[in-house]
Design a protein around this ligand. Sequence first.
Ligand code: NAD
Ligand code: LMR
Length: 373
Amino acid sequence: MRRSEEEVRVLREAREALLAFYFSDFVCLCGCESHRCGREDMAAKTVLITGAAGQIGYSLVPLVASGQLFGENVPVNLHLLDIEQAQGVLGGVVMEIEDGAYPLVRKVVATTSMAEACKDVDAAFLVGGFPRLAGMERKDVMAKNVGIFQSMGRSLNEHASPEIKVLVVANPANTNASILRDNAPRIPAANITAMTRLDHNRALGMLAKKTGVEGGASAVRNVIIWGNHSSTQVPDADHATVGGQPARAAVKDDAWLESEFVKTVQQRGAAVIAARKLSSAMSAANAAVDHMRSWVRGTAAGEVVSMGVFGNGQYGSPKDVCFSLPCTCAGGKWTVVEGLSVSERVAGLMKLSADELIEEKALALQCLAEMAK
Ligand code: NAD
Ligand code: LMR
């Protein structure tokens, strides 16, 4: 019989506590003079955040610095990259990290050099780029951002460890990931992903709100975002559960699930821009950490998350573009969940998103060719 989610959580916590206790007794790696300082038991992990002087960077730094990615016992080195013009602001971010006196932060490198930023990085959040403004589609920022991802790909290829885990956040995220992959042949394609976790979380939040389920979004599981992080994305609740029962039974409104739910998730980024006059940042940073945490530390038993990945053509997804698929993670690797039923309606929408991704990639290559002239 499978263990319940709660049993797995309790066992995992007990295992982590035991490991922390025994390792901290024998291997204190923080460089302190005592045999056991009681806080640190693991080697530091190095995290790269590009665009660290920007909005998402500002929300992401404290999450990583406080151990929400690698865990509360794992020290972190922060590599913060931004462009020359943002150096003043980045300096302010560094001051605030110092002023936060984060117990886990070991080293902060603030730089404009991608070569320096990439060195020895375990996890990279590629946020640096231009956000869209009201009235724009995400692909409208392509001309500005694909060039950045071409050079980032080249730098990662030259200076990063092939073990690095890369999450592309800057838009158009899936196509930027494709361009990065083309320019970083040393980094395995499995280590390059794009963020659709924000859309996934938005879908969880909407189902929680619609049903009023006790426990809120934590009681909703296994929505799927298929395709592109764009207005063609396909939010799918057919395999989702709310408070343990199938989402359709909990929502009791199929028309809403197939129409308003889908459109609202697809258009949520634009709605936030219209309201804030800035694109989402707090929720984007939270989703970025959720994505990387699932990848690095594993998904819970029975949990499925949405990740933009280079798959093997599962569910008719085109190869060589980064397509959001349902995944589970274990041992630092993601795996696409196969064999799920897909309705004709969802399959039709997935095809539109796949076609858009192919078109976007062609457009990106055209932009790069024009820039090279
Ligand atoms: P922002 O303008 O506040 O910050 C972007 C930062 O990137 C700036 O500090 C800028 O100087 C820096 N930058 C520009 N070019 C760079 C380069 N070549 N190298 C390093 N840094 C560079 O924008 P933001 O709100 O933080 O959003 C960043 C990106 O994330 C945008 O493209 C936005 O559309 C995207 N985004 C994606 C998602 C998603 O779900 N995938 C969600 C929200 C935002
Ligand atoms: C989002 O989904 O909030 C981001 O991709 C920002 C945007 O342009 O919509």
